[in-house]
Design a protein around this ligand. Structure first.
Ligand SMILES: [Fe+2]
Ligand SMILES: [Fe+2]
Length: 344
């Protein structure tokens, strides 16, 4: 089952080293759509209607103005431009990946006779298409063209069970919200660091991601086994840990972009994790106790990841073992109860 049929020809994709895909580049996903079609909305009917109403209202209809100029960049050196461009590519692919998943879910839910659910996913796909389109315009302003449909045909599609998709998309929407809003707040407090007009659009943009996250929270609640019991505890631990780990490696490894904005990458990463972890209390039965111990391990993991990239031979093996040990220690860090089961 794939979100999109493979396409034979790939149009030009970015080839410069800083634009190439790797381990940390966003991927494309698909899931158990027949199972999604069995979602029982009865218990969540009120929340569902309210969210569908909000999505139909389309508060950001006029926000993503296609005529807004996106080419004001202040005195960036070639290295700084690289950092900005690689941020744009990753964000654009990530938004487009969300669009593809939601669009495919919408299409298949329509076929399965779930018109309301299909509509909700179509409206989320609408938002993600706008986000990807906007980032794509910023890339075009930089003279970079990515053929997104061709790119999605070229990359393997990762298949996840529905429960994994609900947990991971919920988290990626909420972490996306916190990333956009924290950058926005920082730039409002430090306007001299606002070097690209793209950032002026982040505030209403992040509200889209917040709404999507709330929709996924509601969908998680439609499946009682996903908010209580051992399986829900394991899902909470695994997805919080893996989403935070990917974030830490991306932000700390590619810190140049954040320094360009006048932010300290490790502090930004920690802020985003803390807020996202707190927000997840409303959706997951357990969240991490994100204390100094967790962050100390984060620093060691990033450091080892960096050394691994330079290492060879026996040293590489030793660092791999150390890396695996650190990951396990971080994965097993203490957790505390969320509030999902105490909120009506
Ligand atoms: Fe988005
Ligand atoms: Fe989103």
């Amino acid at each position: 089952m794939t979100a999109t049929a493979p396409r034979p020809a790939a149009a030009p994709t970015p080839a410069a080293p800083h634009l190439r895909e790797d381990l940390l580049t966003p991927r494309f996903y698909s899931t158990q759509i027949e199972r999604a079609a069995r979602t029982d909305l009865d218990a969540q009917r009120q929340a569902f209607d309210a969210m569908l109403g909000e999505m139909e209202a389309d508060y950001n209809r006029d926000h993503f103005d296609r005529r807004a100029p996106l080419d004001r960049l202040r005195h960036l050196s070639p290295q700084e431009k690289e950092a900005y461009e690689s941020y744009l590519v990753r964000s654009c692919v990530s938004e487009f990946s969300g669009f593809l998943l939601f669009k495919e879910l919408s299409r298949r839910l329509q076929q399965a006779g779930r018109a309301e659910l299909s509509r909700l996913f179509a409206l989320m796909a609408r938002d993600e298409a706008r986000h990807a389109g906007f980032l794509n315009r910023a890339l075009v302003a930089e003279g970079i063209t990515i053929d997104l449909p061709a790119l999605s045909g070229k990359r393997p599609i990762t298949w996840f069970p529905l429960s994994w998709v609900l947990y991971s998309v919920y988290l990626s929407e909420k972490i996306g919200y916190w990333r956009y809003i924290l950058i926005d707040r920082h730039l409002k407090a430090n306007p001299s660091s606002n070097f690209a007009p793209l950032f002026d659009f982040f505030e209403p943009w992040c509200q889209d991601e917040n709404r999507h996250g709330d929709i996924f929270n509601m969908l998680i609640r439609c499946w009682p086994g996903l908010t209580t019991g051992l399986r829900a505890n394991i899902l909470s631990r695994f997805f919080l840990w893996s989403v935070f780990l990917t974030h830490s490696l991306t932000v700390c490894e590619r810190g140049e972009f954040y320094r360009l904005l006048g932010m300290e990458p490790a502090a930004f990463d920690a802020d985003v994790m803390r807020h996202t972890n707190d927000t997840a209390r409303r959706a997951f039965p357990r969240v991490f106790r994100l204390d100094a111990g967790y962050l100390r391990l984060r620093d060691q993991i990033v450091e080892t990841f960096r050394s691994l990239k330079r290492a060879t031979g026996f040293q590489k093996l030793r660092l791999r073992l150390r890396f695996a040990g650190l990951l396990w220690r971080q994965f097993t860090q203490p957790m505390e109860p969320g509030r999902v089961n105490s909120i009506v």
